[in-house]
Design a protein around this ligand. Sequence first.
Ligand code: MG
Length: 369
Amino acid sequence: MPTITRIEVYKFNIPLQAPVTIAIGTIEEARNILVKIHTSDGVYGVGEGAPFWMIVGETQASAYAVSYDFAKLLIGKNPLDLEGCIASLDRYLAGNPTAKSAFDMALYDLAAKYAQMPLYQLLGGSKRSIVTDETIYIATPEAMAADAVKIKERGAEAIKVKLGTNAKDDIRRIAAIREAIGHEIPIRTDANQGWDYVSALTVLNTIADWNVEYCEQPVKHWDYKHLARLRQQARVPICADESLFSPQDAIKLITAEAVDYFNIKLSKSGGLRNAVKINAIAEAAGIKCMIGCMSESRLGISANAHFASALQNVVFYDLDSPFEHAHNPILGGVYYQNHYEVILPDAHGHGADVDADFLQRMESFVVEA
Ligand code: MG
């Protein structure tokens, strides 16, 4: 039986090309954590967590701190006992899904390497065509329209637009984008909890005829009542993002008949193990899923893409965070073809690793048996 012998944890900082703004804040740099789990057989797995503090309540510093305790708990354990390893983290500490997702991802990478399979195969699926959308962040309507023109020229099949400041400006944003690029390319909107019910209804019923596929998280994450009312009264389908972390949230949202779609992110769910469960609950309830991202590098995106490829109920793809990064320190993993096609590698595991020279410059610790 293999055992976990050594765990390295890094503060994994990647500069952005420019700051990005959504309704609840601005980020200037991807401040992620990277976890490398080594076994007694000389095999290792790598995982990345991207703590988006306004959403998950974790920072890089908090994720780094709890990772020390997680590493101590896992040393000496059988890495192929995914259930046991992940349950031990959950028993020890509530919450902290992003830090947990980095460990979960590294363990799944290891399990797929032991099975000598790409991760999508370990998850029971196949390699499917995945085309990501590209996100336009909050700015003036004119600047957002100019971004939309560039994205259209690059050949995007769908555009995600960040909204959620106020109804009047948000309607102007979508109007300016439609004016600039026409109506052919579907728009996915995301208010990141920025509206109240009345603003949400006003915006969504104004833009409903402008080829809008759905709206993510129009109101606060706890506000199931207004999510359900919007689902009845807005002419744009509603997608849960910040309301959906765990499999238990999925059951609650379904019971409340609150939304049409789920946006799954490994950084919210605690990793692949729960993401698979959330998707299964959704599928059984007739709810299609989207795979989303925070500010992961191509490494975290690789694990997300394997998940999306394996599970056919995942039909919307928002895997564009590396587009914002000023550096690409990732070796292997998924790559982008014709800008938006996400191509999965055939390597065992998720297939991605980090350039050792880049990692060496990052603050880190090691826990060993
Ligand atoms: Mg969202």
